[in-house]
Design a binder for this molecule. Sequence first.
Ligand code: HEM
Length: 936
Amino acid sequence: MKKYSRPVMFLFLSVLTVSIGSCKKEDRSEYARSTRACVSMAADGLLAVSDERAHRFNGKVEENTALCRGGDKAARYRDVPWMDWANYWGTGDASSKGPDKTSLDHLSPTGRGIDGALLDLEYQRMELIEFNLFDNYTYKEYVKGIEGRPGDVIKVWDEMRLPADHPNYQDVGGDGEQVCDGSLIRNRTVTGVCNDIMNPLMGSTNTLFARNVQFETSFPMLGETELVRNRHGDRLGLLKPDPQLISRRLFTRQQSDAAACGNGYGSESSGEAECDYIKAPFFNVLAAFWIQFMNHDWFSHLQDGHNQKEYMKVGCDSDEAEQLGCRPDDMMEKAYVAEDSAPGRFTYKGESYLDRAPKTFRNTNTAWWDASQIYGYDEDSRKRVKRDPQDTAKLLMTPRGDLVGAGDAQGYLPLLLDSDPMNPAWAGQAATGFPDNWTIGMSFYHNVFAREHNAFVESFREHAKASPEADSGLRDPARPGVVIRNADVSDDELFEVTRLVIAAEIAKIHTIEWTTQLLYNEPLYRGMNANWGGLLDADANQAVQKALAKVVARFSESDSDKANKWYSIFASGPGILGLGSKKKGWDLSNPKDVNGGVNHFGAPFNFPEEFITVYRLHPLLPDALENRVLDGDPNKIISKTPIVSSFRGKASEVMTSTGLANTALSMGRQRLGLLTLGNHPNFLQNLKMKRLETETQEIDVAALDLIRDRERGVPRFNEFRRQYGLKQLTSFNDFVDTRLATGSAERTRQEEYVLGMREVYGQHVCDASKIISVAQANEDGSFINDCLGHPDGTTVDNIEDLDAVVGWLAEGPRPHGFAISETQFVVFIINASRRLYSDRFFTSSYRPEFYTKFGIDWVNNNGPDGKVMEKGEPNGHEQQVSTMKRVLWRTIPELRGELDTVVNVFDPWARDLGEYYSLAWKPRPGADDDDAFKNE
Ligand code: HEM
């Protein structure tokens, strides 16, 4: 019998009650069927969130549910492996709205489509929290619990103590209880220690990456279990199938004029490059570099741009591969490994478990969203960060070349000095915390946010000058009772407050601007805004926060599973930002208040290896940048220069000649590359790296992406999906979007790549007696076997061997407006939420005691002087002028006119937004002459 999940039931019933009421009006037949389906769905009740990994929701609903939320179309596509909500009413553009086209409210069919989608997403998040946390330090405790307490409510771990040789060991309590206090809890520390004050080591530089997949299923190449051997036979190796062959056959961007593109390096005579690429109409090049900028904050496997000194071969091992243009003599440094001795085993309730993955790796960055790419993540990287000697609360910015615009007066980052600790390959680059893989794109964001840092400092000083006696809100935890007046805030304090503000602004931009453009549809707009700031008004927020605290307290000892589920679902009410910060009587001297809002769901926070896999977004980059000038005719593309011509130190020369304003205009108007097969930048397949001690001094970064994932034991695509609670595929044919017309250009392209995958990965005759996975069950409850539902002895695709990156790039069927695939998306659902839930400075320490009152207002209102509202109601929403737009207003005031019609800075700036999540590539009024719209 079905079990009912109370939190899910609670949300669902409210959705359903209103849904049934709305079933009336036109489009009788489908409408009537849908209405009846809503009633049956209500009678059936809702499936509980599963307690068993193999019986997860998988994004698939019952027929009545699909009919109720999306009519016939949603019901028709239930057979495909992809998530059902993408076919609900209202989840696409205007044409996706339900029979009652005008209404979006919960009573309308469109409303129940959108609400249904949000409910499905919440289901997935709850299951991901339940089934996908595998920490390399503490897994045994997670499974077995401690002293009778279940593992997933454990909040403090011995493994997260600072070791005896750590410089702060004594400060946090030495070998006694370790609790951070005083100066260690005031700010975001350089190495990220003491974010969680009870677990000083968590998330800090050089701690181990976690996993989101069962340890036993990682490292399929090792063939250690019967399931893995059944799944892959002897077909896998570090260079098997050949990564360079895969890159050349499945990743290469085809060029109509190869000479004009010159492998992305352009023509030597003109310095220009004319390169084709497949473009995403609703996302711009600023968005591509934004995510690289974020990655540099969150994680890195490298140490100052290096891997191990030892080199390895990287494929291109056949004539066939070589004919496609790869290089057999390329070599690359092996990845660093933290631990590769055999992991331990333990038994619990008759089942045997590994206590960590067979190999582990270090995150050489802080895992926190702390703007460490700007401010540094260890002693060396902090030395690269230059403060202004005239005002040490500020970052040093200096004039650049002949640039004299209003923004240019705010200056540019100085260059790295010979005396700075760094990789010699970085000479000539701007001085900053994280300088690896630097181009004009990184130069852009680092300069913008350094200016924003200084803009905050200046505004704070003006504010302090106007009211010097007023309480700044800031407190020193060592003297919590002492008021710090505005006039008393020291330069050092202001520097660190500003870092907190900048990190919070960046997190906000990413959550509710970048992500809502990456996933451009209504459910995700609502979902992401709810994640950050909540669905409810301020009073309701407080009420929900109180309820949340009570529910968690009630359940956490007796039924941890329920507590975690309630927590996740309730947090969609008030949002994650500030959870636990509004507690009555909140007291800086009470560690339980300061830390009380974080929730790690039983596993210390760090990113999983699988998160890095889905961020290998190299196809986002075009090969060439389309340059424009602001004070000429912004509609004209004046030149096209290869991105590589701004690589590393050359970025400084390019920035000096173009300036931030022109760079912003060019990248703001240019579309980025679609994440799909056949769209990797040519320059990254042929990247010249002079520092390599190899014959070619070149590397194919697209092939390297596959090799690194294999070195780090990321499961192959189908098992990856099963592990994350998505339905497996049964053949390469499943990658084709059958909603597209047969013979359409896009469907034909997808079908061609199906043949390509079959060619490279091959096929085999299947053996139904071999079980290949227990992470998902068939409809009849049996486990998946080698035949994937085909009759025994059938020749089946080697889809189990497909590298995860190849698979997610191949996904044709995607929800509307998704620049990424659904497989990548589920990885984000869990990790993007955890990145906020686990961070004290976004939850219970999001308070004036740390940020100042002025700082909290700045983050909430997107700058000084209160909220500023956007014109009209874009996509049906009244909204504030976005944080990023206001950052650009402040740091590059020259852009004010250009940004007038821009709502989301990551949407191509000259595109007409059209109606409700339109993806049309049409110029807005005033940009009809824009070169980017010609011949399209
Ligand atoms: C011109 C721009 C870029 C260059 C030259 C570049 C180059 C590289 C190289 C050489 C590596 C391999 C490092 C190694 O494992 O040895 C790498 C890794 C990576 N790149 Fe890029 N990349 C660029 C842009 C981007 C962008 C836009 C993204 C988007 C998110 C991105 C995401 C990644 C990720 C996630 C990794 C893995 C990092 C790790 O293992 O810690 N890169 N890139």
